[in-house]
Design a protein around this ligand. Structure first.
Ligand SMILES: Cc1ncc(COP(=O)(O)O)c(C=O)c1O
Length: 387
């Protein structure tokens, strides 16, 4: 059976209200960061039950900002800071370059940690082995939205503090994980610094955009300044174009009112309707693909609720699998190349046997809200035909 319609891996969700609202902002005469960004931030604060949310023009900017703060000022109550040439961030290579390139573009060292073959997240076993006194931060990515075991990570952080006298900073790159829950609590709400992306094909888009959730009020206040040159946008100035004294150099990373108006309107649809469909489609695959010959599903047994952004399986003869799916009009992709094999990171190359053991088998299939019940049945049947 061939489905005449293509089933894409990603689809942009743009609500009619977002189109209307953004066109009102566009013709309002005020389009940069202003009251609509404030409104979007309030909405996110209420969603994440956290008052320390700073929007940015992308998740990449947010990550760059955090690493800059780690390097220049220190983060958290303990002001953990990159100080020594051996200082580094432990991170996963299985992610978008956007996770790791902000580390490198801040001239901070990274060290690769192996990847857990059961769920594509950073291996906490390997992480424990690689920690040392120069580990100033750990970067994790919730692959596809499935949470890293944050309880175990917290325990590792506490043991580290007993040994070295400070807590490494935990940075959660939640770009895949909008709406995911771990132990019944949303990602972004587990006491770490967390970054979300509102880029075009993410669960919720503001066209481009992102946010950072901080766990220290000092970092939150500083980030609000640093995202716009180091200037307080709310200050009362004697001359409205001329700022008061700038104490710390900042960037142009702020969100604008046009993007915020799109984010606000899409937010309601995504959180009320779309995420639920992603969750159901993922649960359907967990069940229907678990005993299919030649297919291995991931282990999603931890206490979580996942509106999968991508659904990853392992297959033998991946090229054959991809060809077979393409012939049946179903898009598939590996989505992200492993970051550690690029020329620009050659000096950090290290053996990652677990990632090596499965990276050539992993592949993602369509799972988002546009995949109908009929589509997902068709996808499962097409996989069952073999390749
Ligand atoms: C894991 C991860 N982190 C960060 C980003 C960057 O997001 P943005 O495009 O908002 O900068 C992406 C984008 O795909 C991503 O997949």
């Amino acid at each position: 059976m061939i489905n005449n319609k293509n089933i894409p891996l990603f689809k942009v969700f743009m609500s009619d209200e977002a189109i209307k609202s953004s066109s009102e902002v566009l013709s309002s005469g005020y389009i940069t960061q202003g009251p609509i960004v404030d409104k979007f931030e309030k909405l996110l604060m209420s969603y994440f039950s956290n008052e320390q949310v700073v929007t940015t023009n992308s998740a990449t900017s947010g990550l760059h900002l955090i690493i800059h703060m780690l390097k220049e000022y220190g983060l958290g109550d303990q002001k953990v800071k990159i100080e020594d040439t051996e200082d580094h961030i432990l991170t996963t290579p299985l992610t978008c370059t956007a996770t790791n390139w902000p580390i490198l573009s801040n001239n901070v060292n990274l060290r690769w940690v192996d990847v857990d073959k059961t769920n594509c997240n950073i291996s906490l076993d390997d992480l424990e082995k690689k920690l040392n006194k120069n580990t100033k931060a750990v970067m994790v990515v919730h692959w596809g939205g499935y949470p890293v075991d944050l309880v175990r990570l917290k325990q590792i952080q506490e043991n580290f503090e007993k040994k070295y006298g400070f807590k490494f900073v935990i940075i959660e790159d939640c770009a895949h994980g909008f709406g995911s829950k771990f132990n019944n609590k949303l990602l972004g709400n587990h006491g770490n610094i967390s970054v979300f992306s509102f880029q075009a094909i993410k669960h919720m888009t503001s066209v481009d955009g992102g946010c950072v959730i901080f766990n220290s009020s000092q970092d939150y206040e500083r980030a609000k300044l640093l995202r716009w040159y180091g200037i307080d946008r709310n200050e009362n100035r004697k001359d409205f174009r001329c700022e008061e004294d700038i104490k710390e150099i900042g960037f142009k990373f702020h969100m604008n009112d046009v993007n915020a108006s799109i984010g606000i309107e899409n937010f309601h649809h995504v959180t009320n309707e779309k995420l639920e469909i992603n969750i159901e489609n993922g649960l359907y695959y967990n069940d229907k693909l678990k005993n299919v010959p030649g297919v291995q599903v991931m282990d999603y047994s931890m206490q979580s609720e996942v509106p999968f952004w991508i659904y990853t399986i392992k297959v033998k003869n991946r090229d054959g699998f991809m060809r077979h799916m393409q012939e049946k009009n179903i898009a598939t992709s590996r989505v992200h190349e492993r970051n550690d094999i690029h020329t620009v990171v050659q000096k950090y190359l290290t053996k990652l046997p677990e990632l090596d053991s499965f990276v050539d088998e992993m592949i993602c299939i369509p799972v988002g809200w546009w995949v109908t019940q009929q589509d997902r049945k068709y996808i499962v049947n097409t996989i069952k035909e073999g390749w």
